[in-house]
Write a protein that binds this ligand. Sequence first.
Ligand code: BGC
Length: 741
Amino acid sequence: MAKAKLKPNEWGALTVDHPLTAAEIESKAQEILGKMTLDDKISQMGGDLPYFPTVIQMFFAYNTRPYPAGANKRLDLPAIRFSDGPRGIVMKDATTFPVTAARGATWDVALEERIGEVMGIEGRALGANLVAAVCINLLRHPAWGRAQETYGEDPYHLGELGAALVRGLQHHVMAGLKHFACNTIEDTRMKVDVKISERTLREFYLPHFKRCVDEGAASVMTAYNQVNGAYCSENVHLVQEILKDEWGFEGFVMSDFVMGLHDAKKGALAGLDLEMPITQHYGKSLKKLVQQGEVPLALIDEAVLRILKQKMRFAQVGQPGHYSLEILADPEHRALARQAAVESIVLLKNELPMEQRAFPEQKRDLASIFSFSRSGHVEYNLRVSDAQRFGAYANRNLAEPVLPLSPYKIKRLAVIGKLATQINLGDKGSSMTRPAAVVNPLQGLVAIAEDHFEIVFHDGLSPSEASDIARHSDAALVFVGFTDKDEGENMFTRGGDRQRLTLMDSDIALILTIASTNPRTVVVIMGSGVVIMDKWLDYIPAVLLAWYPGMEGGHAIADIVFGKANPSGKLPVVFPKSESQLPPFDNHSTKVEYGYYHGYRLLNRKGQEPAFPFGFGLSYTSYTYENLRIQESDLPAVGKLHASVQVANTGLRPGEEVVQLYVGYPGQEIERPLKELKGFKRVHIEPGEIETVNFEIPIQNLAYYDENAHCWAIESGVYALYVGGSSADKDLLTQKFRVLV
Ligand code: BGC
């Protein structure tokens, strides 16, 4: 067995040979605390690495090893050893999964838990004992540069997937939740002050953190930004009052890296337990503050106890001595990455090949769109009525949607766009991973093609050249979208917030050029998620959203394109028709305000149709929903709503459907969103089979936050239940129930 680089289980004095009860952990932690000097205590509260050369090393070797905090030789105490996620352990050779946003589209909590397990195992093998992979910031606006690192825009959905990741990770390592809270703008993240009402904060920006705290997460990282006038690491209301006092969080709170803490006294008084990854403000200054009586010793003791107790708790988990480097991205882990990528791909459109439509009109529209394009050097090809194109398809059965392609029917496939051959895993900031091998889309497609058909690749830089290839092919896959240059964590020259929600002009021109020569053009989008497609969607029969699909992404895309797998991903964020449908996104000002509505709730509120609804995703089979039943329709506030629905697979392929449950508040005096996600289940259904799907929804989950009374409240009256395959009204069955308070 290959040895892990750092000894994975140096728990020192905390090593135990039997599981300790909570009371035993408490008394042992107190005993250790009793032996500590003030210096010992304070050194538990800061990263162990010196400022120099660490900050310099971070420029060229960031995250390549765990960051230690709180090692104590005299007392034989192990360090916390921090490593990052969230698309996989960031150190060399670990498995790269699809980004979190993609995994949000799986709606698969069991899968997410298994991914957490693998990250935990690989983290341990690489010497970490804390993995900050649970990024659950609510996606308020899709232009956020780190949109790819979170599951989506809905707090319930975020909470369930985040909690699953926590469960999986914590079989092996401490899980770190981040970034607490309201961190959803990248370019100004170090200083922006988010003004937000208590109700909005409680109902949308915090519930998923509470869900993961209830799941037992060991640590919470504060965000860089300010909330209502105080930096998150120094925010008494967020950290002390809500997280610790109200929610009863028992783990420790750490700062985000290097610039996360500004003032030792404010941090300590707010309940920040650990400054990471370098002791800059705590250390000597904190000691002085304690000696001068400005920070009570009791607060220091509490922080140290929190840290010690989590170390003791995790000294007992996992399989010490069994984490070897051989398991990094082993076949089983790669298979899981492939499954996650398959489940995450969203089929947004799948219609008949284009030649079955009204061409004259399209030709006119195409021409006008081309003339809008700003990129002058692109060569356009407007020969929509190309005779060759019609000829090539004259003998085909055109009554079927474009996807899936059949490897036995096509002879030649055009694969176009440079992203088809690029390693495009997403952000290259703190979430950057370092896998040993990545399957890009072209490699995945070639693996399926074998001897069945020919693949011709063109990078698309000359659309007219590419269109010549497309014209002589039976279908064309066009890869477009984004890379770490366009979006991600703001690291020096890369990443940052997105500058546009549409595709690049060159991508749009390429799509239209290829579509004008091949009626079976499939657009495959890579990126963090939302793309406004108004300029080209009508001219394309099939669109797949492939996200940043991880190290097995190429295989997954090929599996979906050729129908080896049936698409089942559903959007975890609404796709607007235009940016004007979204809340304002201001990444310049240092003061911004977050209102009550965002995402699908905002579009519903304004009565606007999205391009693709939240929860939407097509399949190669079809489902019908029937018999939505409620067991008891009058319920007390402490009760539970029991509902069931029958879902039939009415198509020809087995499939996995994400059954979604929303609640609306038609009979309420208090203003509420029109409907909100309150439950979901992913079910496998064979063709011709009917599955009965049951839900149990605690009425407490339907509460709103009463700002005047400073508590959660439930109104009496009529509520609406909606169940179906997306959040769009047309996809939902409805029932009413009453709550009697
Ligand atoms: C990021 C965190 C990350 C930390 C450590 C920060 O820049 O905001 O998400 O966990 O670095 O890599």
